[in-house]
Unconditional design. Structure first.
Length: 313
C-alpha cells in the first residue's frame, strides 16, 4: 500500500502567523460526522488517551479539550460528538448543541473526513462551520486508500465545496503525520499566554474519565447488540492516597438490554469492570476499586431532564 505524504497541498493563509519564540495558545475544534476517527486523532495529537474510542457510532458524547504543550506553543484541541442527523431525540439534540458550541469561538477547525469519501452526513457538518475561521481538511484513514492516484481528483472536488485553508491527507496512526499536523496547526494560533500548566493533558476530571472508560468497555464488549442509548453515571469517586474507589451505574432503556450487559452468570459485566479497572490503573499509576451496577431507565434518551441529569448539556 502506498502512503501519500501528509504534506499540505495548499499554501498557508496569508493571515496565518509564522511561529516565533513568544508563547502561543489557541483552540482547535475537531469536527466531523460519526466514526471518521476524531477521537483517535485527538488522542494522537495530545500524545495520550483522553477520549474513548469504539466502532459504535456516537461514542464521543461530550466536548473534551485535549491539551498539548510543545516548545512555546500550547494546543487546545476540542473533540466533539459526531453531528447527528438520523435521530431527533433529546440526547442527540444535546450532542449537536455541543458541536455547534465548539466551533463558534475557536482559532482553527480540523474538518475530519475519510480520505476519498464525502457524503450527505459530511456535507451537513461542513455547512455548520462558521465563516471567517480557517478550516483544514483532514483526510483521515489514508492507510485504507489503495490507489494514491484517486486522492488528487478527490481533493480538487473538495476545494470546490469549501475554501479550505489547507488539505492534509494523513493517518492518525502514523506518528510522523501527527507531528506534521501539529506543525501546521501552530501557524494559526495567536501569540498569547498559555491557559493551562505545561503538563496538563485535559480539562476533564478523573471522575469524568472513569465514567468514559467504563462506557468505552461497555460499547466494545457488547458490540452491535446494545443500542447506543446506554450511558454510565459515576455515583461515587473517592481517593485515598494512590487508591481510588469508584462506584458507577450503567443506564439502559430496556430489561432486555440489562441482560445483554450483565451476560450469562454476570460474566460480561465482570469483564467490563475488569478491563475498565485495569486501564484506569495503567493511566493513573495506582490501584482502583471499581463497582458496577446496571439499571433500567426507560426512555431516558428522549427525556430532557434525565439527559441533563446524566451530564449532557
Amino acid at each position: 500500500m502506498t502512503m501519500l505524504p501528509a504534506e499540505s497541498s495548499a499554501a498557508p493563509s496569508p493571515s496565518a502567523p509564522a511561529p516565533s519564540s513568544a508563547q502561543r495558545c489557541g483552540f482547535i475544534a475537531i469536527v466531523g460526522k460519526p466514526n471518521v476517527g476524531k477521537s483517535t486523532l485527538l488522542n494522537a495529537l495530545v500524545g495520550q488517551k483522553i477520549s474513548i474510542t469504539s466502532r459504535k457510532a456516537q461514542t464521543t458524547r461530550h466536548r473534551i479539550t485535549g491539551i498539548r504543550t510543545e516548545g512555546a506553543t500550547q494546543f487546545l484541541f476540542v473533540d466533539t460528538p459526531g453531528f447527528q442527523t438520523r435521530h431527533a431525540s433529546a440526547l442527540n439534540r444535546a450532542l449537536n448543541k455541543a458541536v455547534l458550541g465548539a466551533v463558534t469561538d475557536v482559532d482553527l477547525v480540523l474538518f475530519v473526513v475519510e480520505a476519498g469519501r464525502f457524503d450527505l452526513a459530511d456535507a451537513k457538518v461542513l455547512a455548520l462551520l462558521p465563516p471567517g475561521v480557517p478550516v483544514i481538511l483532514v483526510a483521515n484513514k489514508l492507510d485504507r486508500v489503495h490507489r494514491r492516484v484517486e486522492i488528487a481528483p478527490w481533493l480538487r472536488s473538495m476545494q470546490e465545496r469549501h475554501p479550505f485553508a489547507e488539505f492534509f491527507p494523513m493517518s492518525a496512526k502514523q506518528r510522523r503525520d501527527v507531528q506534521r499536523l501539529l506543525a501546521l496547526c501552530e501557524r494559526y494560533l495567536p501569540e498569547q499566554p498559555w491557559l493551562y500548566e505545561a503538563d496538563d493533558l485535559t480539562d476533564r476530571s478523573e471522575r469524568f474519565l472513569a465514567g468514559e472508560l467504563v462506557r468505552e468497555k461497555l460499547f466494545r464488549l457488547t458490540g452491535d447488540e446494545l443500542p447506543y442509548t446506554s450511558t454510565v453515571v459515576v455515583d461515587r469517586f473517592e481517593q485515598e492516597g494512590e487508591l481510588r474507589r469508584i462506584a458507577a451505574t450503567i443506564i439502559v432503556e430496556r430489561e432486555s438490554h440489562k441482560g445483554m450487559v450483565i451476560g450469562e452468570g454476570g460474566e460480561r459485566l465482570k469483564r467490563i469492570g475488569t478491563e475498565a479497572r485495569q486501564e484506569l490503573e495503567r493511566q493513573w499509576g495506582g490501584k482502583v476499586y471499581l463497582e458496577l451496577w446496571v439499571k433500567v431507565r426507560s426512555g431516558w434518551s428522549d427525556d430532557e431532564a434525565r439527559v441533563r441529569a446524566y451530564g449532557y448539556e
